[in-house]
Design a protein around this ligand. Sequence first.
Ligand code: MRU
Length: 337
Amino acid sequence: MVETIVWTDAGVVMIDQRRLPAEEVYVTCRDYKEVAEAIRSMVIRGAPAIGVAAAMGVALGVLRGNAPFDEICDTLAATRPTAVNLFWAIGRMKKLYASLAGEPAGEVRLRLVEEAQRIRREDIAINEAMGRHGAALVPDGKTVLTHCNAGALATAGYGTALGVIRAAVAAGKKIDVFADETRPFLQGARLTAWELLQDGIPTTVITDNMAGHFLKSGRIGCVIVGADRIAANGDVANKIGTYSVAVLAKENEVPFYVAAPVSTLDLSLASGGQIPIEQRPASEVTHVFGVPVAAAGARVENPAFDVTPNRYVTAIITERGVARAPYEESLRRIVLG
Ligand code: MRU
């Protein structure tokens, strides 16, 4: 399985997801500002993966000792607003740092580096647990539709939505995957197809506007996507276009599943309307690999995420079990243990 992000003596090493699948290039971030820039510019992306990157960024900042702790945390927190895993991971590093007040500097550095590496290891184990809970929901002999990339590349490894697919395949189910290409950044065409094909899972790339056609065809057994933030009522923020897929799935009576770790649940927000939606540069819409595809002078909107209302969500798969409506109750039970 591909290494999305690893801690090394030289710094934080990440596979450059902007260049996949054409080139497998690794980037080494040598200080926390480089980690922040890697998150902002999508060298690394996907909610759990940017959480791991932020934790490693905090550890790297403290290790290099070239900025106050709060400045390191604030810089990393200012990179991308929607995925709550980023803030969850920084919060965990802050809590540990506070608990180490008065300890020798060397000990503080060591413990923060260990914590960041622990967050990475735990993320893989969490995804495997999610796979175990979700595999039973995947119908045998059918096609699974997914949107964006919620795979090994979007996490420390194994993936959330793609982890459920991997677990279903490991359990002997005969399934294939339809990957929405996911304009404008093409996470589906470039990343999901690349990593599933590496695992020998048959994958078909479709353009985003083909999803309705195939959902109506009876060929799709279920939809599985990841999430960037889930509100207390089960509204789900995920990659732009997820909402359209969810509505089309319900219209065609195809189950719509969301796979996400507990760190993606934000019970402080009552509903999805409160989730901040990142607006990304217009050039991602007007250009594809540097080639202009839109009329010069046209106005552009580029929201990176949308919110799917809970009524379209059949179930939310977490590492602690599967939550169903009413989500206010089921998600609270999952978080409280
Ligand atoms: O803009 P991105 O590529 O970071 O968006 C990623 C997604 O929307 C994923 O579906 C989500 O983070 C879940 S990843 C396990």
